[in-house]
Design a protein around this ligand. Structure first.
Ligand SMILES: C[S@@+](CC[C@H](N)C(=O)[O-])C[C@H]1O[C@@H](n2cnc3c(N)ncnc32)[C@H](O)[C@@H]1O
Length: 419
């Protein structure tokens, strides 16, 4: 089942909306609908295989497979609806931080619920537009749809306050699958069922316990729903097909995936040494890079190839199912890369190999899991030492934190330019 959600301005461009409508094949009525969506340039939209959902400041509507508009668009478009309640839209990973900041500003309205708004954002009720807290946008609520929080759902199932305290605080909706850090939550099946009630487009809930092994395989368990762990997730316009039982997809790396699409210069030659299902390869190729993508695990590799095709970047991505060291060792002397992405926590062990094919003045993005007290020194020193041993010079190195990895350990990236 194809699922795409759009939240950024680029995702909502008329061309992308047109593409989605075309894929939806809305009964030959694509053109008028594209026109409609163009006129709602600042709308948010998402769709399932049968419906397109559009939410705009004053109204929301759905377009069904047959091209019929539902959810009372005519009423909502033709009447001007007077609104008196405000909410701010923020990306889900920022929700807790934003609520804290809005509280500090004294405008968080805790008498109303926070609710999901599209696949990637939430609406947080406020009493006034924020002056200091960064938000995606401020909206007036129509009061049409209030999604209850997980706590509300569990309370309705008879959970005590003590049990609610141990309920999961975060989860990610990836296409039709909800991935939840279940921790030591009581009654996992009920958590899963409540999450399915909250996210109508999802059909399976996977509890994530960890990631293991050289191939970073997920340790997960289906706790509710039909148990179909294969899904298609769209993020910043890039589509990722995957089986979440077999491959990892870290919601916490979302900003990093987007960033890799933004740093690309014209005609860059890029090597993605640990390509996975195309986490970084796809946004970089979509941004115009020529990418050599290497992935060792055969099950992950098959999704990488599928995703290259799904995103229409076959002409700019060369895929190898191999050990990246072997691909480098066997590449001809003329092969040089402007940028090398090393998206593996043991990436530092591969620096010697990477440096043999990095163009002078090229950039390395070396990931690692670093004890917080060793940030930024350890990753920085590792890159500098490897460069020195290779007779190269690091002209700049910046260490960024991507996310918390575990208690006292951070997932960081060293961005290094090497001459
Ligand atoms: C950590 S995952 C990629 C994570 C990804 N960067 C993200 O944002 O979620 C690393 C991938 O590298 C692959 N891998 C591990 N060692 C490899 C090697 N020596 N050569 C090629 N691929 C390798 C694994 O199979 C896995 O799919």
């Amino acid at each position: 089942m194809l699922k795409i959600a759009g939240t950024t301005a680029a995702d909502r461009s008329p061309a992308v909306v047109a593409d989605v409508l075309q894929r939806l094949d809305v009964g030959g009525r694509v053109d008028p609908l594209v026109g409609l969506c163009e006129s709602f340039a600042d709308s948010r939209w998402s769709h399932s295989s049968t419906r397109l959902y559009v939410t705009k400041e004053h109204y929301s509507f759905a377009v069904s497979e047959t091209g019929k508009l539902t959810n009372g668009i005519s009423r909502e478009v033709t009447e001007s609806v007077v609104m008196d309640e405000l909410a701010v839209i923020v990306e889900k990973p920022r929700a807790d931080a934003a609520i804290g900041a809005l509280r500090v500003e004294g405008i968080y309205d805790d008498s109303r619920s926070v609710y999901e708004c599209g696949n990637e954002t939430v609406a947080i009720p406020v009493t006034a537009p924020p002056e200091e807290t960064p938000v995606e946008e401020v909206i007036e609520e129509t009061g049409q749809r209030r999604v209850r929080t997980l706590g509300d759902h569990l309370q309705a199932r008879g959970w005590s306050e003590a049990e609610l305290d141990r309920a999961p605080g975060s989860w990610a909706v990836l296409g039709t699958v909800i991935l939840v850090d279940i921790g030591d939550s009581p009654r996992p099946t009920e958590v899963g069922e409540a999450l399915l009630e909250m996210h109508g487009n999802a059909d399976t809930v996977l509890a994530r316990k960890g990631i293991t092994g050289q191939h970073r395989e997920p340790d997960v368990e289906v706790i509710a729903g039909v148990g179909d762990t294969e899904t298609v997730h769209t993020e910043h316009g890039t589509t990722y097909a995957m089986d979440l039982r077999e491959v990892m997809f870290s919601p916490g790396n979302k900003a990093e995936r987007a960033l890799m699409g933004e740093v690309i210069g014209p005609d860059e030659q890029v090597l993605d040494m640990f390509a996975g299902i195309g986490y970084f390869t796809l946004p970089m190729a979509r941004a115009g890079a020529h990418v050599t993508a290497v992935e060792r695990s055969s099950s992950t590799f098959s999704y990488l190839v599928e995703n290259v095709v799904r995103n229409g970047v076959q002409d700019s991505v060369e895929t190898y199912r191999a050990d990246c060291r072997d691909v480098i060792a066997e590449s001809g002397p003329e092969v040089r890369y402007d940028r090398i992405v090393m998206g593996h926590y043991d990436a530092h062990e591969y620096l010697d190999s990477a440096l043999t094919v990095l163009e002078s003045g090229g950039t390395l993005h070396m990931h690692e899991a670093t004890p917080t007290e060793l940030v930024p020194d350890r990753p920085q020193r590792r890159v500098e030492d490897a460069a020195e041993q290779a007779g190269r010079t690091v002209t700049s190195v910046e260490v960024r934190t991507v996310k918390g990895y575990s208690e006292g350990v951070s997932h960081v990236v060293a961005d290094a330019v090497v001459r």
